[in-house]
Structure formats: structure tokens, C-alpha cells
Ligand binder design. Sequence first.
Ligand code: ZN
Length: 112
Amino acid sequence: MTVNSVVNGVPGGYPPGGAAARQARELLEQERRTRIAELALLDAEATGAPDEAALARRGTLQGNVEEIDAALIRLDDGTYGLCGDCRKPIPEGRLEIIPYARRCVGCQQRRR
Ligand SMILES: [Zn+2]
């Protein structure tokens, strides 16, 4: 087994400082900037009392930023890309769509 395939004895992780981790970090930071920019835009556009749609959008964006921050911490401790429930690697395709995903699809669906 190569070094890249095992982190703390768990296959499929993103070793901190490795190329995959760097790439994931860039993606996460980009996603974070996009959300922050949209939050700023919501503030700039706000006139008078915020409507319900704007409040909901703001809540979603803030939730995303928190998830992204949590994912960046997981990148640092080497647990990024592993399902928080079953500890199996989250498929790359899922991480491409949701880079801050905490769980594999199966575990996420069981939570709903
Ligand atoms: Zn899982």
C-alpha cells in the first residue's frame, strides 16, 4: 500500500500537505469566498425588513460556510474525505459536487 492510500490507518484519506489535500483546500476556499461574497451581496441589497426568501438564503449560506470551515479542519487532521459515520472514503464524484460533504450518500440518506 502506498503512503497516499493510508492516513492514520484509514484508506482513502487526504494526507495533510499532500497534493490531493491542497487541491481540496483550494476548492473549499473558493467555495467559501463565493458564499461570503453572496452574503455580502444580500446585505448590500437589503432594504428595510429582510424578506423570508432572503433570510432563508442567508441561513443556507451561513450553514455552508460553517460546513466548509469544518471540512477545512478535517483536512488539517487528515479525516477529510472520510464518511463521518461509517469512516469509509466518500466517493470523489460526491466531493467534487459537495466538497464539504461529511458523509457518504448511503449514510446521509439514512439520516433523513
Ligand atoms: Zn458512510
